[in-house]
Ligand binder design. Structure first.
Ligand code: ADP
Ligand code: MG
Length: 240
């Protein structure tokens, strides 16, 4: 479903992604972890071309997203992105946040988009908040709306960039629960997170990134019990 082939990216002199190759199968849940500044956000942002790459290929569902001829709107329909800071439109209601892109980008009728939005809000437990503004919601609720908004485009892949890192601790669980349900529904997911409980329970694979390189790529049990590299051992000792 997602395939990186020898991907490189630079920010000026900084080699932020260094020869990454990675294949993610349909329905697979991959957790990406690693030290701060290692390139995790940049890596997942390349998948929907929030960041361009210097060389290599990135394929999503048979389309080379790094090809300048590829239509970015099409990619962003197929790849949902959930940010650390939710990034909801502050002046729009929950329902409007969710229906905006399906109406504008996909050309779906307002009625159909709203019906779908309500269905998604039920899934994330927020049907009663459809007319609220983002500022009237807790962080956990805003993030659940952001996930519903991503799903409204019926993406093939969902990317998460530290979706619980900006939340108060008591709200982390409700967001992880929605992500777990999504994983169990068969969604292909790439999640940057330091929630190692989620990684252990939900992920099919854990990717450990350091200095823009994939240092480990293993099943969660193997990664946690028996990390191969000193860098991963050190990382795990710091966060667990
Ligand atoms: P992570 O998500 O693992 O913390 P990032 O992908 O955000 O890492 O950043 C990797 C490196 O690239 C860091 O050194 C960061 O400072 C740098 N970086 C990220 N975005 C930019 C940018 N837009 N311009 C220049 N440097 C950047
Ligand atoms: Mg990051």
């Amino acid at each position: 479903m997602v395939s990186f082939k020898n991907v490189h990216k630079y920010f000026k002199d900084l080699h932020v992604i260094n020869d990454v190759s990675l294949d993610i199968r349909q329905g697979e849940v991959v957790v990406v972890c690693g030290p701060s500044g290692s390139g995790k956000s940049t890596l997942i942002r390349t998948v929907n071309q929030l960041e361009t790459i210097a060389s290599g290929e990135i394929w999503v569902d048979g389309v080379n997203v790094a090809d300048p001829k590829t239509d970015l709107n099409k990619i962003r329909t197929e790849v949902g992105f959930v940010f650390q800071h939710f990034n909801l439109y502050p002046h729009l209601t929950v329902l409007q946040n969710i229906t905006l892109s399906p109406i504008k980008v996909k050309g779906i009728s307002r009625e159909a988009a709203e019906a779908k939005a309500v269905e998604l809000l039920k899934k994330v437990g927020l049907e009663h908040k459809k007319d609220a503004l983002p500022t009237q919601l807790s962080g956990g609720q805003q993030q659940r709306v952001a996930i519903a908004r991503g799903l409204a485009m019926e993406p093939r892949v969902m990317l998460f960039d530290e979706p619980t890192s900006a939340l108060d601790p008591e709200m982390v669980g409700e967001v992880l629960k929605v992500m777990k349900d999504l994983a169990q529904s068969g969604m292909t997911m790439m999640c940057v997170t330091h929630e190692m409980g989620f990684a252990r329970e939900v992920a099919d694979r854990v990717i450990f990134v350091d200095h823009g390189q994939i240092v480990e790529d293993a099943e969660p049990e193997a990664f946690f019990k028996n990390p191969q590299s000193d860098r991963a051992k050190q990382f795990l000792s710091q966060i667990m």
